[in-house]
Design a protein around this ligand. Structure first.
Ligand SMILES: *Cc1c(COP(=O)(O)O)cnc(C)c1O
Length: 391
């Protein structure tokens, strides 16, 4: 008999009943160190007092307002994002995949309004992940994600990640945009080199197409910069955000320059829940922490600390690990054993990690994790790796 919940997830037999900072408490009382943070969502950990206060305060005022009316929390959060980034304007969604939908629509509409309606093709990359909507699976069409769901939305051209010469050659009359994650998340924590991201920006400028960055996972301070593309010193035309932006409340956003957004006039896009007062109130509280330069430099320092300890772990377990990669607190442990086996051994050692592509185990802890918890995490990973080697 089919379970009451549609069985599309392979769930671990863990039942968490409470969260405290970087810790999750199981129903049986065990305390798990959360190095996954809901896949980079709980940017400030669990039950952060400022986020709890922002949510409850707003809950006592008004939960939902239609976008037929003004929503001051939305205006404030947008102003904060505009202030802190390249963007001139922001649209709020409830998730990353909805941000992908709008990014695609915005880019195509831009060229349509410029009198170039033939520019509809979006270049994307293998190993990418942009969500599960029809546009997002067409953008990153792995067999698992697209088989049986046809027809695929046309107008996407997936290319080999890393072959930037081929990308340059492929950009033509029909190219609308290049869409890429500055650090692939699901693909296994694969950062694009700064010089290569600069080159993609240059290709877009030279040949006349837009650059769309998907910073759903790598953005919102995850790498030690508010957004990962800042390392390369470039700006996108359109950028997707979600995950950490709501600190655990469902929230996403599309950020854009005034020029790139110029086709999106009244009535061309909308959302019932997008930018609701609850989500935006929490988003403001999140931004107050994450956009603070002192907070960002702490993320960078802690990322360095974790990285250094992990290099030691890898050296101590050459039969389990191949190497460490990533930026800030977005780290991948490339494994020699099956990554899912390490994640399982981690559960036994009461630490939560997340598998990723390319046989990587992802570490995406709360950005405010303490130094003590970083040390504890590496000890628990050491216990997990030791248990695996003994097998
Ligand atoms: C998670 C993710 C998405 C999709 O976000 P949802 O909120 O799950 O729809 C899109 N892009 C990237 C890079 C992601 O990591």
């Amino acid at each position: 008999m089919i379970p009451a919940v549609l069985p599309t997830y392979a769930r671990a037999p863990l039942h968490f009943v409470k969260g405290e900072g970087s810790w999750l408490i199981e129903a049986d009382g065990r305390r798990f160190l959360d190095m996954g943070a809901g896949i980079a969502v709980n940017a400030l950990g669990h039950a952060h007092p400022d986020l709890v206060a922002a949510l409850t305060e707003q809950a006592n005022k008004v939960w939902h307002l239609s976008n037929l009316y003004e929503i001051p929390q939305q205006e404030e959060l947008a102003a904060r994002l505009v202030e802190a980034t390249f963007a001139d304007t922001v649209f709020f969604t409830n998730s990353g995949t909805e941000a992908c939908e709008l990014a695609v629509k915005m880019a195509r509409k831009y060229w349509y309004e410029k009198g170039q309606p033939q520019k509809i093709e979006i270049i994307t990359f293998d190993g990418a992940f942009h969500g599960r909507s029809s546009a997002a699976i067409a953008a990153a069409p792995t067999e698992k994600m697209v088989k049986g769901f046809g027809p695929l939305l046309p107008g996407f051209k997936p290319m080999k990640w890393g072959d930037w010469d081929a990308v340059e050659a492929a950009v033509g009359e029909a190219t609308c945009a290049i869409m890429i994650e500055p650090v692939q998340g699901e693909g296994g924590i694969r950062p694009i080199a700064d010089a290569d991201l600069k080159r993609l920006r240059q290709i877009c400028d030279d040949k006349g197409c837009l650059l769309i960055l998907d910073e759903v996972q790598c953005g919102m301070a995850r790498t030690g910069r508010l957004f990962a593309h800042e390392f390369a010193g470039i700006i996108p035309d359109i950028m997707m955000s979600a995950k950490g932006i709501g600190g655990g409340f469902p929230l996403g956003a599309v950020l854009a320059t005034e020029e790139a957004a110029s086709g999106m006039t009244a009535g061309t896009h909308g959302s019932t829940y997008g930018g609701n007062p609850l989500g935006c109130a929490v988003g403001i509280a999140v931004m107050k922490h994450l956009a603070d330069p002192a907070f960002l430099s702490e993320v960078a320092r802690k990322g360095g600390l974790l990285r250094q300890k992990l290099e030691g772990l890898v050296a101590a377990h050459p039969d389990v690990f191949e190497g460490v990669r990533g930026l800030g607190l977005m780290i991948g442990l490339k494994c020699k054993v099956a990554n899912v086996d390490l994640v399982k051994a981690g559960y036994a050692a009461e630490i939560i990690t997340v598998p990723g592509g390319d046989n990587v185990v992802r570490l995406l802890p709360p950005l405010n994790i303490t130094d003590e918890d970083i040390a504890e995490a590496v000890e628990r990973l050491d216990a997990a790796a030791t248990a695996l080697s003994a097998k």
